[in-house]
Design a protein around this ligand. Structure first.
Ligand SMILES: [Zn+2]
Ligand SMILES: [Zn+2]
Length: 303
């Protein structure tokens, strides 16, 4: 039997409307839209542009290098100071405090493409892209024991909204005023940056489960999408689902994976350790098996 659409499930009360998420995303998109005529009439000075471009990367690394690769998949361990800095950086994206993000993502790996996958691509592109955020109950918080009493995760949760307010509202408004812009100019620019960032993050769950190649595993819908480089390396999503603990997602020498370069750089200067990388032999075996059309695979733990 065909699965009910989100609209049908809503009337069956299988789904709920997440009002805070609906309000937040509506305001964010409205600010982004209003930002387009604002840029045309007022423009933006280089300090404002620099803040938001740097914020895009810092926020992205907060999610990819800390939330995802280090905390969820235990691919690397950072010095405490780096964890605090990346935890602050992650608030540039407003993708929820780490505990919620990690719990959701662990469920995605454990139940990929099934009903228990929070953003199951089988329910449609837009469901996986954003509908699950506004129409499904928040996934229960369940952390692995190694993260349960993590001091940086607890600290970030306590300060999450004040930090988010500071980096996304207070500082951009202050920079705008210093540049002679109207006070609301900084707010509109933040709305535009947040909207772009959010759709890049959502695309890992939608685009990277629909288009692209599956050179590492056919067991899940995840794809390597080399032409989608805006996710700081997370576009090699088929490799990531095949070998979730590897700190690299773009494992090839020329794969564009800035997060892997950041982690390797931090390790070089002694700020990251215990980098987990799949042995070359195992990667070569998988490549050979896949090219020969053999699909059986020894399971690899996700953390
Ligand atoms: Zn995935
Ligand atoms: Zn993952």
């Amino acid at each position: 039997m065909e699965r009910a659409t989100p609209a049908e499930r809503l009337t069956q009360r299988d789904l709920v409307i997440q009002l805070p998420a609906v309000i937040f995303l509506s305001i964010m998109h409205a600010l982004a839209l209003a930002c387009i005529p604002y840029l045309y009439f007022y423009g933006a000075d280089s300090p404002e542009i620099a803040y938001h471009v740097v914020g895009y990367f810092l926020g992205g690394f907060g999610i990819t290098a800390l939330y995802h690769r280090a905390w969820t998949h235990n691919a690397v361990q950072y010095a405490r100071s780096v964890e605090y800095i990346l935890a602050v950086c992650s608030t540039f994206c407003i993708q929820m405090p780490a505990r919620q993000w990690i719990s959701t993502h662990i469920k995605h790996h454990a139940h990929t493409d099934s009903e228990d996958d929070p953003h199951n691509i089988e329910e449609g592109f837009w469901w996986a892209h954003y509908e699950w955020i506004i129409l499904a109950p928040l996934p229960k918080i369940e952390l692995p024991p190694r993260l349960e009493n993590h001091p940086v995760i607890a600290w970030q949760e306590r300060w999450y909204w004040p930090l988010s307010f500071t980096v996304n509202i207070a500082i951009p408004i202050a920079i705008g005023l210093a540049c002679g812009a109207p006070w609301w100019g900084g707010l509109l620019l933040s709305g535009l940056r947040l909207t772009i960032t959010s759709h890049m993050v959502y695309a890992v769950n939608s685009v990277c489960h629909v288009w692209g190649k599956r050179p590492w595993t056919h067991e899940v819908t995840a794809r390597d999408v080399w032409w989608f480089p805006f996710t700081l390396g997370e576009q090699y999503h088929n490799y990531h689902h095949a070998f979730p603990r590897d700190y690299r997602h773009g494992v090839g020498k020329f794969d564009f994976d800035p997060t892997k370069w950041l982690i390797a750089g931090l390790a070089k200067v002694g700020l990251a350790r215990n980098l987990f990388a799949m042995p070359e032999r195992r990667i070569a075996e998988t490549r050979k098996m896949m090219s020969e059309g053999t699909t059986e695979k020894v399971p690899v733990p996700a953390e």
